[in-house]
Write a protein that binds this ligand. Sequence first.
Ligand SMILES: [Zn+2]
Length: 424
Amino acid sequence: MLKTKEYVISFISQSIGIPNGLESIYEDIPDDIVKQISVALTGKDVHTETFEEDDSPIVDEFIQWAQEVYEEVCKENNIPAVWKSKWPNNKRFAVALTHDSDSIEVTEEHLQKVKDRFSESDLKEALEGRKNLYWNIERIKEVEDKFRFKSSFYFLTSEYNVEQYKDVLDELMKNGWEIGLHAGFGTHDNEDKMKEDIVEFKKQLGYRPRGVREHYLQFDYHKTLDFLERNEFVYDTTLGFREHPGFFLGTSMPFYPPKENWERREIIELPLIIMDTSLWGYMDLDEESGMKIIEYYIANIKKFGGLLTILWHQEAFLMKKGEIYTRILEKLSKENCFVSSGITIAEWWNNRNNFEISIVEDSQKGWKCIITNAAKGMCIEAKIFDLTKSISINGPGRIIDKSEADGEIHYSIELEGDCELFYV
Ligand SMILES: [Zn+2]
């Protein structure tokens, strides 16, 4: 089989989370679908000039199609369709909250130049030296805390020094926030420069960064991913449009990008979907239109059970449209979604991949599903097509939801450890 096709089949199977060994059901996947997915995931189908209001993730649409194919095959064979839930505790979609930090302070001269961006009272306090409008880490933490959300802060440590804030940042890390690297200009195509950035980050903070976003979203697909992987990053979250929100890679889902030879990489990419500066800068929107677009992406990603990665610059938090961030969090708090930092999402994705479900023949009961390596919060879903039968669980798992529609029963099962499912 062609390496590209092999990669695409394994990408689809992992995204859905079907049992081991069932990838072969996709052997006959049409070449044009393989091509569209492989082109999209390597960023070769990027149209920056156009922003479509009814933007849709084509790769995620194919994943949905592949899910239907899987269910159809199970139905024909009269066995249950089982697959891994995408998000912890069976949440319907996920959100990665991330903050680049392009600057942490400015001169008074600069402040005078941009004074219209701030409220009068903030400006007054800043000019009197009582408030730093460009260091908002604690302020952002405070609003996120209200909703019990965590996030990632990426620091451009090649441009400034955060050593004086080390205690604050250590405390944040201890409480579940992530401190990662905002890699400086030139690091995307020069590995020495990348290494220097890592050394500097470590000098200031005492540990290596595990998550990264390139400044100005500069990226050279295979080159940059090679550097990042060799330098032990767990994930990257650079690949997104500068000019407008959207599905730069055709997907919102976390995934393991391919190497040039179409082998799967170890590093995870969290595609960037919405950046604050696209809305206010490039698109020059007012708050309400910006909020509408954000709501559109929330709804669209929910439809696919995907991941909404949001970049909200920390230095812009007190600027006039920056306060919309709180409104976004409020909106998300009313949704059934998992909201966290980039590293938490990337580690979840790795754990989800490492837990195994496999279908075996059972001499007495025929069909049996064995689940191993289940970590906390892992759930699986099952659909059966014979209403006279049901799923039973042997081991530490429990049915948290069961619904019947269109001649199918859909189960959601929360796992507390390794267990077996039967179909009787
Ligand atoms: Zn930046």
